[in-house]
Design a protein around this ligand. Structure first.
Ligand code: GZL
Ligand code: ZN
Length: 343
């Protein structure tokens, strides 16, 4: 999809809008805006306009994901970023995408809160000639040409990593025969992370007839719901051996509920907790032996999106999907990542 021809058409009135904004802000320095730092100047009308619709701010992971976008799409790097937070609502994302289309941005980037319901608005973006890059979670659309590429995590692989780490631990503890009673805290229903992580873990669990998944509770990726659902599960099942919690925010809530119920989490406790996202405060709990394992979910997608946009700007082909690199952390290997994250 040739992008450059469309730019001039779209940019005439955008730079008028921009000049107006700058004039209003009293900092209009005419066309040439000198970027601080490397002294490179990017005339406003040459900025690549990127409209980003972010799901919300439901989790520590999401905050890191937003930061990686905002740190990448700066004026110094040659971008004008239009950033919209949808507060977890699909209709807010669709509104944001429509506003990007009417503002004739150069690129649309978004993380879809759920997989279904995007065909119409993405068809409108296609008709407007605006390339769409999907990040993080995925969309289910009939016409695959409605987006250029998807960048994110291999969630099924993440789920398998959780299962294999539990397998490894139980083998080391000679608990392969014991009945292992498992509950799961699921993220947003219909989200790719939720679907993939559950499928990946199930593909390992089904290899062990002594593993019993008692219940999978919807806890929406938040701490509050994680605590609420864990309290309910602890009351309902007196013997829970393992909690598979699909993100660290729900894990923080679950740990509070476990403590409140007078139980203990961790290798020396009676409930093993496996989590996802590997945010810094959770990795500290891995190091302390409270969380058995934390599957990383790499939030730093901004730089990958930028590489794709640069390729599109050069008229180069891009792949249909890019998996970001990630691993799983246990007590044995969490120290070096924590050292790296130390500011
Ligand atoms: C995963 C992302 C999930 C995180 C949660 O890529 O979609 O959404 O695991 C976040 O923390 O809410
Ligand atoms: Zn048991």
């Amino acid at each position: 999809m040739r992008v450059r021809e469309g730019r001039d058409r779209r940019h005439l009135w955008l730079s008028i809008l921009l000049a107006l904004l700058l004039a209003l802000a009293g900092c209009a320095k005419g066309e040439e805006e000198t970027a601080e730092g490397d002294g490179r100047t990017t005339p406003d009308q040459d900025l690549i306009v990127v409209g980003v619709s972010q799901i919300g701010s439901e989790s520590v992971w999401r905050t890191a994901n937003t930061l990686s976008i905002q740190e990448t799409f700066t004026k110094e790097n040659g971008y004008l970023l239009l950033f919209e937070n949808a507060r977890q609502k699909q209709e807010n994302q669709i509104k944001a995408l429509r506003s990007f289309i009417s503002q004739r941005v150069d690129y649309i980037v978004f993380s879809p809160v759920v997989e279904e319901g995007w065909d119409t608005v993405l068809q409108e973006a296609k008709e407007a000639g605006i390339p769409v890059i999907v990040i993080d979670r995925q969309v289910k659309v009939r016409d695959k040409s409605l987006y250029v590429t998807w960048i994110g995590s291999d969630f099924v692989y993440e789920g398998r990593l959780a299962g294999e780490t539990l397998e490894e631990y139980l083998r080391k503890e000679h608990r392969q025969q014991e009945s292992i009673r498992i509950v799961a805290l699921l993220g947003t229903e219909g989200a790719t992370a939720t679907i993939g992580r559950a499928a990946g873990f199930a593909s390992v669990a089904e290899e062990h007839e002594n593993w019993l998944i008692l219940e999978q509770a919807d806890a929406e990726f938040t701490t509050a719901k994680g605590q609420e659902e864990m309290e309910r599960l602890l009351k309902k099942y007196e013997d829970i051996d393992v909690v598979i919690s699909q993100n660290d925010d729900m894990t923080f809530g679950a740990l509070a509920a476990i403590e409140e119920a007078g139980r203990t989490a961790g290798e020396d406790g009676d409930i093993l907790v496996i989590s996802f996202d590997a945010v810094k405060n959770a990795l500290k709990l891995v190091e302390a032996g409270v969380i058995l394992a934390d599957v990383e979910c790499n939030p730093n997608q901004g730089e990958y999106v930028e590489k794709v946009i640069r390729k599109l700007e050069r008229g180069e082909a891009v792949a249909r999907l890019y998996f970001v690199p990630e691993t799983v952390f246990t007590k044995a290997d969490v120290a070096e990542r924590l050292l790296l994250e130390d500011d």
